[in-house]
Each structure stands twice: as C-alpha cells, then as structure tokens.
Design a protein around this ligand. Sequence first.
Ligand SMILES: NC(=O)c1ccc[n+]([C@@H]2O[C@H](COP(=O)([O-])OP(=O)(O)OC[C@H]3O[C@@H](n4cnc5c(N)ncnc54)[C@H](O)[C@@H]3O)[C@@H](O)[C@H]2O)c1
Length: 300
Amino acid sequence: MVALVTGGAGFIGSHLVEALLSEGYSVVVLDDLSTGNEKNLASVRYKITLYRESILSQDLKGVLRDVEVIFHLAAQINVRRSVEDPTYDLKVNALGTLNLLEQARDVERFIYASSGGAVYGEPRYLPVDEEHSTDPISPYGASKLAGEKYVQLYGYNYGVKYAILRYANVYGERQDARGEAGVIAIFLDRLKAGRALTVFGTGEQTRDYIYVGDVVRANLLALKREGVFNIATGVETSVNELIEIIAGVTGIVPEVEYAPPRKGEVQRIYLSTTRAREKLGFNAEVSLREGIARVWRSMR
Ligand SMILES: NC(=O)c1ccc[n+]([C@@H]2O[C@H](COP(=O)([O-])OP(=O)(O)OC[C@H]3O[C@@H](n4cnc5c(N)ncnc54)[C@H](O)[C@@H]3O)[C@@H](O)[C@H]2O)c1
C-alpha cells in the first residue's frame, strides 16, 4: 500500500510516517517545510519520497501517483497567527484541503487531522462528544471545520472513504517548543534552560493531553472505519496539575510566573472517548506522567 502523509515533516506527521513504514507501507510525504523540518524524518529519510511542495499546488499529479490512502495533516496550526492573518490560515487549511481532495478524487481513503480543541468552541457540556455543536471561536477552528466539511462532501459526492479525527492537545517527542500549540514542549524547554514557566490566568484552565504515539495508533485504526472521532484521553488536567506532574517527573521544582489570561481560550475542555473506543477500538494507553517522562528523556 502507498500512503501519502501531508505535513509528514511536522511533529505528528513524522511520527505517523515512522509507524506506517513499520507497518510495511510505502510512504510519500508532501510538506512545504513551513513549520516542519527534514530533520524530523532523519531516521527514515532514505526510505520515503519527500516532495517539498505546498498542498496548494495546482499540480499534484506526480505526488498522488499510486497513492491509495491519504493522511492529511499539513496545516497552519498557530491559533494566534490565524487571528492575525485569517486569510493565510483559510488558504492553507480550507483551500489547501479542498485543492488536495479535488486532485485526489480517486483515492480510496482520506484521513483528516482535525482539532477537538478548536472546532467545538466553548463547551456547552463536558466531556465534549462528537454530537456537540461546532461553533469555533478562532479562525483556525473555522478553517479546520471547513476542511472537515469538504472531506465529508467528497465522501458524499465521489465515494471517498474518510475518517475525521478530532485530536485533543497532542504532545510528545519532537514537538516544536517555539510554536504556541504545545504547552508541555514549552514548559520542558524552559525547565531545561533553567527559566521560569509562564502561566496565563490562574492555571486552573483544563485540557485533555494525549501522547503522540497514541494519536498515531488512532490514525492506523482509522484505516478500517469511517466517521468523525474524538481522539483523546478523556482526562481533564489543569495547568497547575500539569506543572506538578512535570516537577515530579523531572525532579525540578519550577519557578512559575502568572500572567493575565489570554483572550479566545476556553477555560475547561476535555473530550468524550466513547465513540473512538466503541467504533475504532481505540484507547489512549500512555499516561500523562509516562508521556512527559518519555519527552524529558528524549530532550536530555
Ligand atoms: N499539535 C496538536 O496539539 C494538534 C491538535 C489538534 C489537531 N492538530 C492537527 O494535527 C496536524 C499536525 O499538527 P502538528 O502539531 O504536527 O503541527 P506541525 O506544524 O508540526 O505540522 C504541520 C506540517 O504541515 C506542513 N505544512 C504547513 N503548511 C503547508 C502547506 N501549505 N503545504 C504543505 N505542507 C504544509 C508544515 O511544514 C508542517 O510540517 C494539523 O493538521 C493540526 O491542525 C494538532
């Protein structure tokens, strides 16, 4: 089987590429390296075909030749950037997805990386399940949701089998600490540099943190099922609890600075895992403590 991973030089994509190779897939990567890095693929570079090109390219024929399944992870993932430059965000996330779908109408299966943290908006109840209303509060959430709609439309019109995976907050080895997505990467990076951790607001805001290896496993399970699935742990963790776990794992008691809360961030969110468990047979296996320990080991 030939699999295309868009965004395969990024944080999650590069882990998925490694897993697909171990499963015996031939892997093609399409990535413009805007936030991704060829270094993320260092261990597998000679085993894959890497196209350094945008998903917005009008000519993806060569990239798509022989491809049977597409894992679409390429995206503009920075929420603040989406607020500052919503047009760029829309182009990459919505138009980019549409452009890819339009040129890949014949593909057998399309697996789309969406965001449970962004498409639902302010939760009306917890844990948030897949039936929850989708009212994004950022351009990023709106563009990721638009991407979902196009995927469903191509399923309906052209029979493309699809799965939409709404990830919780993903963390793990190789996550870019310069981005704003990964609080765990940022905290561990600061700790290593002997710097204070900045918490926006009281630190009582909660998230659902999932280890990248679990997300990769969910992508492989999604090859056999269709639909929309939260990919999460269902565990609610506050930033203050996260700091306690980090202190426990690293043996370093961090200095913590509190700053004013940031606009446009939800206060509490964690996702229901029932559908993924029942329909995909997916359960997150790596605890937050274990996952953080793995990342910390890889950084030292
Ligand atoms: N990290 C998270 O917590 C999280 C949570 C929910 C959903 N997601 C989704 O998972 C996917 C991967 O995210 P990530 O955290 O690995 O981010 P990342 O920035 O590391 O990966 C995105 C990749 O896409 C590439 N890319 C960006 N624009 C492109 C374009 N126009 N053409 C081709 N390639 C392009 C980048 O170079 C990068 O390699 C994204 O779709 C994101 O929306 C991530």
